[in-house]
Design a protein around this ligand. Structure first.
Ligand code: DHB
Ligand code: FE
Length: 284
């Protein structure tokens, strides 16, 4: 691959996602944080589910060895963050949402990077001079559950480009591209100029892609914006917003869409799209 080839390989994005996860969770000690009782209960339940599937579907030795080989490949390819975020995280988010008020959340996914450029309430996300894609303005207000505007709230936003690639994970895209932390004004408002992202495809050349092909599934997620909305004294919301009528909206491989999270952008006279969306934060 040349340095100007933007096509990411599974190995590129897999190892970057592994590094990003390790950096974000540095100093946390994995199993030491979870009680023995909890480990025993949940791991026993997971293993029982596996055993039951083997019995029900009469899984053979060759199939077991194929699964073992594949699991080894996921580890060696650094694809555990990708695989778990696509196929498992949505259930964890669903459980967390049971005890939450305020705006709906969705999965974080593997491509969040902290410490991006802080921007005022009305701002353009960092982009290449020739950034491709339909201009998109994403505007709205952050309020709390009693309806009060939240000024100084942070919208930590990141999304794929017009080809479905994320800066920091695909080669050839400048650091911080299409990422930023936008701070709301005195009325809790924001107005962010960017470009509409394209749908995202799970890298097809790694073990997760191999599994998807072997099962005859498709590797697509609908186009989406990622956000973490946070303010002091409020529970942060990790979410994603999708686009009405977009491809794969009804068959997201990561099962991370919700009806409340679909934007309906309106084309403006000069050709740009305008999407309005308000966030509601729960005081804690
Ligand atoms: C994955 C990628 C995403 O952009 C996302 O939002 C969720 C998961 C993934 O490749 O695992
Ligand atoms: Fe994503």
């Amino acid at each position: 691959m040349t340095t100007t080839d933007p096509s990411p390989t599974a190995a590129d994005s897999g190892s970057s996602a592994t590094e990003a996860f390790r950096a974000a969770h540095q100093g946390e000690h994995g199993t030491e944080q979870v009680s023995a009782e909890r480990v025993a209960t949940v791991v026993h339940a997971v293993l029982s589910g596996v055993h039951e599937s083997i019995r029900e579907h009469e899984v053979s030795y060759p199939e077991f060895q194929a699964a073992k080989q594949w699991l080894m490949n996921v580890g060696e390819g650094g694809e555990w963050p990708l695989f778990l975020d696509v196929f498992v995280e949505h259930a964890v988010e669903e459980v967390a949402a049971r005890s939450h008020e305020g705006s709906q959340g969705s999965i974080l996914g593997p491509y969040y990077l902290p410490n991006q450029t802080r921007l005022p309430a009305e701002a353009s996300l960092p982009a290449r001079p020739d950034e491709k894609g339909t201009p998109l303005v994403f505007a709205g207000q952050v309020r709390d559950t009693s309806g009060q505007p939240v000024s100084g709230a942070e919208l930590d936003i990141w999304h794929a480009d017009d080809e479905g690639y994320y800066s920091g994970f695909a080669p050839g895209i400048p650091e911080g591209n299409l990422r930023g932390v936008v701070v709301t004004d005195e009325q809790g408002r924001f107005r962010i100029s960017t470009v509409q992202p394209a749908p995202y495809q799970i890298p097809t050349d790694g073990p997760t892609g191999t599994l998807i092909t072997a099962a005859g599934w498709h590797p697509w997620r609908p186009a989406h914006l990622h956000l973490i909305v946070r303010a002091p004294g409020h529970r942060p919301i990790t979410t994603q917003l999708y686009f009405e009528g977009g491809d794969w909206l009804d068959s997201d491989v990561a099962e991370a869409t919700k009806p409340e999270l679909v934007l309906d952008p309106q084309r403006q006279q000069d050709g740009h799209l305008l999407s309005e969306y308000d966030f509601v934060l729960e005081p804690v």
